[in-house]
Design a protein around this ligand. Structure first.
Ligand code: TYD
Length: 219
């Protein structure tokens, strides 16, 4: 089966503004009459959301890097099966907050497992499914991390009872490796990955994303 829809993934450091941009893009595409599915990883399915809790809760310390990578892929395999492929088969545009590039950047780069096991597992567990377009929201490590921490502090003070802090407690060197790995993926797969400077206002970033997506989808 060759999927008829379009698969667009969003990548970037924690606090790079992905969620805001995905919301804005979904709204604009829907206004153009496009059927859109918005989803995320880890998560996106009932089983995936349970795996997400294990992965992101700050109480799950001491999770081995290989176990962490395996759980990311377990969530993804279910997500592809249950959500992504069926939506693409219906001709929908799927906007996914993170996909395998996150595993290559965070577990491969951040946790130093390297790209090779990630790409191999992607082939075995994900049928090597490739996005039609990946938008990498790039920004300096200090900027993104400060933003993510502010957001989590707000959550702690009552806006949400969710603890999704585990990665955000990592240090600057970790996020430096994550960003480096992202930029290396973008250089290697320049036909698929578009790097967008995320330093502008949300409106400016949205306009840049919209232009790329219009070209891809011809809307
Ligand atoms: P997300 O909720 O998208 O975080 P944010 O909104 O802060 O960008 O993702 C949760 C965390 O999971 C994030 O710190 C990155 C991490 N992650 C990985 O380490 N590997 C992966 O494969 C994925 C999908 C996420």
């Amino acid at each position: 089966m060759s999927p008829r829809g379009k698969f667009i993934t969003f990548e970037g450091l924690d606090g790079s503004g992905k969620s805001t941009q995905i919301e804005k893009l979904a709204r604009s595409l829907r206004a153009h009459g496009v059927s859109v599915t918005v989803t995320r990883e880890p998560g996106g399915t009932a089983a995936g959301e349970k795996i997400r809790e294990v992965l992101l809760h700050s109480a799950t310390s001491g999770l081995a890097p290989l176990a962490e990578m395996a759980l990311m892929f377990a969530s993804r395999a279910q997500h592809i099966h249950e959500v992504i492929l069926p939506a693409l088969a219906e001709g929908r545009v799927v906007l996914c907050d993170r996909f395998t590039d996150s595993t290559e950047a965070y577990q491969g780069g951040g946790r130093k497992l390297g790209s090779k096991p990630v790409l191999l597992l992607h082939e075995i567990l994900c049928g090597n499914l490739q996005p039609d377009l990946t938008i990498l929201l790039d920004n300096e490590v200090s900027f993104s991390v400060a933003r993510a921490r502010r957001r989590n502090r707000k959550h702690k003070s009552g806006r949400s009872d969710k603890d999704e802090n585990r990665f955000e407690q990592e240090n600057r060197a970790f996020f430096g490796r994550v960003r480096g790995a992202y930029l290396a993926i973008a250089a290697r797969e320049s036909h698929r990955v578009q790097v967008i400077n995320a330093r502008g206002t949300p409106g400016e970033t949205h306009a840049a994303i919209m232009e790329l997506v219009r070209k891809k989808l011809k809307v």
